[in-house]
Design a protein around this ligand. Structure first.
Ligand code: GLU
Length: 478
């Protein structure tokens, strides 16, 4: 049997970290079993679905490198199949037209609430006669199609993550709506629980891997598989992603869409690595790994049942590991868009940019850190911190800066060695410690008392031809 899995996002928002994590786990399981991974866009909620979200989902998966073997398939292009299946159930008496009005349903809910009962549809239109149906239709009522939920019944299935899961059909809220009917009386849009089953059957899905929030849906879906006489796939429900307080992660926790993480400067390799750890642990105890490495050993036995806490420190640590070890050429290409977005003009020589990347890479946690770190190297008009101004204003600093400017003019090709010895000889001639030269030099070059390695900064600015100018500008501060 070929393993066939799918991710089935609804385009009602940008690609969410929960969906991305589910996609990744599906991908891992498919790869581990040399199976197939399918992308299906569940766009039947016409009020909430938007093309821009479909695009965002496709781009997000691409950015993460989560590739699929077939799709994207769109549910709105498969309405005929759903219609046929609805008629099959109607013909067998396993589904029926329900003409309840919104007001009636509302009243039903109110009465249940008053009796402190859980809200449910009381199946009142399950056995309407043909004549009653005609009367409702003639009265202008618009029906929906409901699926008959046989109850009470204990339904048990083996969840590959959670073991045996039991659900009593009495707790499913009564007969469920599976499709709407249009103004011409034709079956039109299907609802999620129905369309998902029709598609999973048609696409020969062997394993349904999705978030734990779908467990109650699984019970409903199994009943639909049974009604259609179809083979029931295996189910794996992944733990929810929780915030630090143990609640389901939400926008208020900083970020939830993959696009936001991308903008914050996380790289896809690190983000995938981190998402794997949201619910899975490596049998070999590794924490840094590529999806392909994980795919080799991926099993549901290593997926946690309890919620996965989102941990920013961990994500940052993982991201920094990837940035510190990234090929400078690749890192440079990743950084350029962030520098451009900050208004810098990174059209300098490639070698210069690579040297800059090597200089700052060991200090990066996220790509966006590179904006502030490299600002002094890109901009033309340096800004100074108060501490830097205080240092540069001191009379005792002027002769140091004059000597530095002169020495730099006298050294046409600066190397790390010649730059070091230049500083050393100025210290000697002014009878000062090396540190007393380095500090004002740093302030003059970067406008700050802290920053990346000074000699490398000096070389980069000298290559841009602005080192001497910076020192001369600093001399004017008083
Ligand atoms: N469209 C559903 C969602 O986005 C799919 C759930 C499933 O995988 O069945 O939650």
């Amino acid at each position: 049997m070929t393993v066939r899995v799918r991710i089935a996002p609804s385009p009602t928002g940008n690609l969410h970290i929960g969906t991305a994590r589910t996609a990744l786990f599906n991908w891992l399981y498919a790869k581990h079993n040399h199976g197939e991974f399918i992308l299906r866009i569940e766009d039947t909620d016409q009020e909430r679905s938007q093309d821009q979200y479909t695009q965002n989902i496709l781009e997000g998966l691409k950015w993460l490198g989560i590739d699929y073997d077939s799709g994207p398939f769109f549910q709105t292009q498969r309405l005929e199949q759903y219609r046929a299946a609805v008629h099959l159930l109607l013909d067998q008496g396993l589904a029926y037209y329900c003409y309840c009005s919104e007001a009636e349903l509302e009243q039903m809910r109110e009465e249940q609430k008053a009796k402190k009962q859980a809200p449910r549809y009381d199946n009142r239109h399950r056995h309407l006669t043909k004549q009653q149906r005609t009367e409702f239709a003639n009265a202008g009522r618009k029906p929906v199609i409901r699926f008959v939920i046989e109850e009470p019944r204990e339904l048990t299935w083996l969840d590959l993550v959670r073991g045996d899961v039991t659900w009593n059909t009495r707790d499913l809220g009564g007969d469920i709506v599976i499709a709407r009917v249009d103004d011409q009386g034709q079956v039109s849009l299907p609802l999620y629980n129905f369309a998902v089953v029709i598609d999973d059957i048609a696409m020969e899905i062997t394993h349904v891997i999705r978030g734990e929030d779908h467990i109650a849906n699984t019970a409903k879906q199994i009943l639909i598989y049974e009604a259609l006489g179809a083979e029931i796939p295996k189910f794996s429900h992944l733990p929810l992603i929780l915030n630090a307080q143990g609640a389901k992660i939400s926008k208020r926790d900083g970020a939830t869409s993959v696009f936001e993480f991308q903008q914050m400067g996380y790289v896809p390799e690190a983000f995938n690595n981190y998402m794997v750890l949201l619910g899975w642990s490596d049998p070999n105890g590794r924490e840094i790994f590529s999806p392909s490495e994980v795919a080799e050993v991926f099993e549901f036995e290593r997926v946690n049942k309890s919620g996965a806490r989102f941990d920013w420190d961990k994500l940052n640590w993982i991201n920094s590991q990837y940035l510190h070890n990234m090929d400078p050429e690749i890192l440079c290409d990743r950084l350029i868009p962030f520098w451009q977005a900050a208004g810098f003009n990174p059209n300098f020589e490639r070698n210069w940019l690579i040297d800059l990347v090597k200089l700052i890479a060991p200090s990066l946690t996220v790509l966006t850190d590179a904006v502030d770190m490299a600002r002094y190297l890109f901009i033309d008009n340096l800004e100074y911190t108060e501490e830097a101004i205080a240092i540069l204003k001191a009379e005792s600093v002027k002769p140091i800066l004059i000597a530095l400017a002169q020495a730099l003019k006298d050294t046409p090709t600066l190397t790390p060695d010649s730059a070091s010895s230049l500083i050393q000889s100025i210290a000697k001639s002014l009878n000062l410690k090396k540190g007393a030269i380095m500090k004002p030099l740093r302030c003059a070059l970067s406008g700050d008392i802290h920053g990346p390695d000074l000699i490398s900064s000096l070389l980069l600015l000298a290559q841009r031809g602005v080192a001497v100018t910076r020192i001369e500008t600093a001399l004017e501060i008083n």
